[in-house]
Design a protein around this ligand. Structure first.
Ligand code: ATP
Ligand code: MG
Length: 258
């Protein structure tokens, strides 16, 4: 069941859950000449809520997360995390689209690093990492190195580490992309439960409109490159089927075959 918006039954967002606010963000990448990738992005991801971004491949979603995380500076426009511009790097936990695990550490040591980052003592971090791995269906693989895991297992490990990072603002880049339907549905449950308990700010990039509508309070529809947000869908107001239909219509109207 999706979390209710402002229904008074939920704890308020924790201090580390920052709003994300972008205003007219432009960025061009490459040389000779640089090609525009972000073409004036405006967005708001409210503190303590899940906001999803759906859009076609290559439209600039991963680049956008890099900009929000502070790994790239925009050419123009404003990026605020919790109202701050300059020191946003330490405020967010970024789960990159590909291979987010450190190859020289075992799965357990990778996930444990998330809890250590949150300030846990080593024994507490290890215990929390074991629980998180169990939740992610990875019990028994603690001592495997990333190269000895499947893509989906690495992805689940990376998500477990992000959830333990202690940071209240998460940027998740297609965190379920490598999973089969059953595992994906289980991991949706893990994310929903974690969000209901801790109320982080989540910006979730996904290709999957149904997943976006299922998990997010707000779905932002991105048009083709250079990226702009072409629609903002309140999933509570639209309902599941209505939200999916509207997102598809918006993508079609933006010229994306969907
Ligand atoms: N370092 C770079 N130099 C030049 N162009 C780049 C660079 N990084 C990304 N791009 C270009 O920016 C565009 C957007 O890439 P990005 O990875 O952000 O897309 P995306 O929406 O995340 O795609 P996908 O859904 O396939 O992951 C692409 O055309 C890509 O080729
Ligand atoms: Mg991407």
């Amino acid at each position: 069941m999706r979390r209710g918006r402002n229904d008074g039954t939920l704890p308020s967002a924790p201090a580390g859950a920052s709003s994300i606010n972008l205003c007219d963000v432009h960025l061009a990448l490459g040389d000779d000449p640089p090609a525009p990738v972000l073409g004036g992005v405006d967005l708001l991801a409210p503190a303590g809520e899940v906001t999803a971004i759906v859009g076609p491949s290559g439209c600039g979603k991963s680049t956008l997360l890099d900009v929000i995380a502070g790994l790239r500076e925009p050419d123009h426009g404003q990026v605020l995390v919790g109202g701050h511009h300059a020191d946003r790097i330490g405020r967010v936990a970024l789960m990159p689209q590909r291979d987010a695990l450190m190859p020289w550490r075992t799965l357990l040591a990778n996930v444990e690093a998330g809890a250590r980052l949150a300030g846990d003592a080593p024994d507490v971090a290890r215990a929390r990492a074991r629980v998180a791995l169990q939740q992610a269906g990875l019990a028994g693989f603690e001592h495997h190195y990333p190269h000895a895991l499947s893509g989906g297992m690495r992805q689940r490990g990376a998500l477990a580490r992000t959830l333990l990072s202690g940071r209240g603002t998460w940027l998740l880049d297609e965190p379920f992309g490598a999973l089969d339907a059953l595992t994906r549905s289980e991991m949706h449950g893990v994310l929903k439960e974690t969000c209901a308990r801790h109320r982080p700010t989540v910006l979730l990039v996904t290709h999957d409109i149904a997943e976006a509508v299922l998990l997010a309070e707000t779905v932002l529809v991105a048009g083709p490159s250079p990226m702009r947000i072409v629609d903002v869908i309140d999933t509570h107001a639209e309902g599941d089927a209505g939200g999916r239909e509207r997102a598809l219509e918006s993508l079609r109207a933006a010229g994306v075959a969907a």
